[in-house]
Ligand binder design. Structure first.
Ligand SMILES: [Zn+2]
Length: 441
């Protein structure tokens, strides 16, 4: 940087710092940042302002953005800059409305703490574990009492060169808490779990161009089951019981997963579970909402609504996604295949979740077959009739649904694998209610 440029930045800073630092010291600081740390002029100015107490004072906010330490994040920030070290980085392909998308997620850490992050436009983002980055125009959300840092299309991530961030070891390797599998949720962090290996398989994957074997499967205890991935070969075998120390919990669409990474310790232990019932874990909807999702859960509740997209729908023969007017967003004009499904809202008094019921169960529960639905739609010239017919049959029915629960922006959704209509004894229920009312008087 030439002297003239330096002078411009100097004058600007001097004005903003308003006497908090003398000219000589300011010039020295600028020189250190620009020529020693070799950061951008913007980063240098931010660093100096933060150092001399200008941070947090409204006159130093630029474009409504402020810089915060991780500990200061509240989960409600709309526009915040965060300089922190990438403690853990992961890339995933997801599909949003039929379009493949890359997201980069992981854990950020600074002197004050750690927080998970997600970069939603991750195509051209290459973060390296252990390096310090500036997350510009990030926003934050609270999820299970933990702050999540998000970077959307307005945000930007850049390398914070020369900036040193010391993440205390204790926050990276957070104390490992002993936990039952059924209590594990996103944000549980570092855990110690004892469980039986129900299944395990080897998968060959590629990490940074290198072939790697990952051992994944299902582990269970008497409170529930969870998917695990082991990144080293611990010789895990079906049927044995292990105590896993320092495993890390990450969630994919709300479903917590147990990761056995480099810091993990695996020991064979005596199995104290006896018979583990592999049937689904019974949950209340409030439990499911607080955990965010999970494998093979079971809830009983009342059907209170049938959402749009229920009844007779059409799918693309290529990709199976539902299509409107015979037009697939990926495959264009197609000859669609008719299908039947229900998107129900189930309420159990503790909360409500969505539940997706496939054709087979829809036919069985409603008695309306796909053939009949097509016939009805044709006869009335309106496929909405099918949804109305189904709603008439299903509304206010009490059901027990079992399946995996995923979470997205619309909240938790169960993909129902087993659906049972509960026969309620109306007289007994009425009597129970009457007794409760009477007892309350
Ligand atoms: Zn398609």
């Amino acid at each position: 940087m030439n002297d003239e440029e330096l002078r411009v930045h100097f004058e600007e800073l001097k004005k903003e710092l308003d006497g908090k630092i003398d000219d000589e010291q300011l010039m020295k600081e600028l020189n250190t940042y620009l020529n020693e740390y070799r950061v951008t002029a913007e980063a240098a100015k931010r660093g100096i302002k933060r150092k001399y107490g200008a941070d947090g004072s409204s006159s130093f906010m630029t474009a409504d953005t402020i810089s915060k330490k991780i500990e200061e994040l509240k989960g409600t920030e709309m526009n915040v800059d965060i300089t922190a070290k990438a403690v853990y980085v992961d890339r995933k392909q997801i599909t949003v409305r039929g379009t493949p998308k890359t997201i980069v997620s992981g854990i950020l850490g600074d002197e004050t703490g750690t927080a998970p992050f997600t970069i939603w436009e991750g195509e051209n983002v290459n973060l390296e574990k252990g390096r310090v980055y500036l997350f510009k125009n990030a926003y934050t959300k609270l999820w299970n009492d933990r702050v999540q840092i998000n970077l959307g299309s307005r945000g930007k991530v850049e390398m914070a060169e020369g900036v040193r961030v010391d993440v205390p070891e204790r926050t990276v390797a957070m104390e490992s808490t002993e936990i039952k599998i059924g209590d594990i949720k996103e944000g549980s962090g570092n855990v110690t779990v004892t469980g039986r290996i129900i299944s395990v398989e080897e998968r060959n994957i590629t990490v940074k161009g290198e072939p790697k074997i990952v051992y994944s499967g299902i582990m269970a205890d008497d409170s529930g089951k969870i998917q695990f991935s082991a990144w080293n070969d611990y010789g895990l075998k079906e049927g044995e019981t292990v105590c896993v120390k320092n495993a890390y919990i990450r969630a994919w669409r709300g479903i917590p997963q147990l990761n056995l990474g480099d810091k993990c310790e695996v020991n064979r232990v005596d199995d104290s579970f006896g018979e583990i019932t592999l049937s689904a874990s019974k949950k209340t909807i409030a439990d499911i909402i607080s955990i965010g999702g999970g494998l093979d859960l079971s809830v009983t509740g009342t059907i209170v609504d049938l959402r749009a997209g229920s009844g007779l729908i059409w799918r693309c023969p290529e990709c199976n996604r539902s299509v409107l007017n015979g037009e697939c967003t990926t495959h264009g004009k197609v000859e669609p295949i008719a299908d039947l499904r229900m998107k129900l809202i189930l309420d159990d008094g503790t909360g409500a979740i969505s539940a997706m019921v496939n054709r087979q169960d829809t036919e069985r529960l409603t008695g309306v077959t796909l053939e009949a639905a097509e016939g009805l739609a044709k006869a009335r010239g309106d496929s909405e009739m099918v949804a109305k017919e189904i709603a008439g049959i299903m509304m206010m029915k009490m059901v027990t649904f079992t399946g995996n629960v995923l979470s997205d922006d619309f909240g938790p959704m169960m993909i129902v694998s087993k659906a049972v209509i509960e026969d309620i004894d109306v007289t007994a229920e009425a009597e129970k209610l009457y007794n409760e009312v009477e007892a309350a008087l």
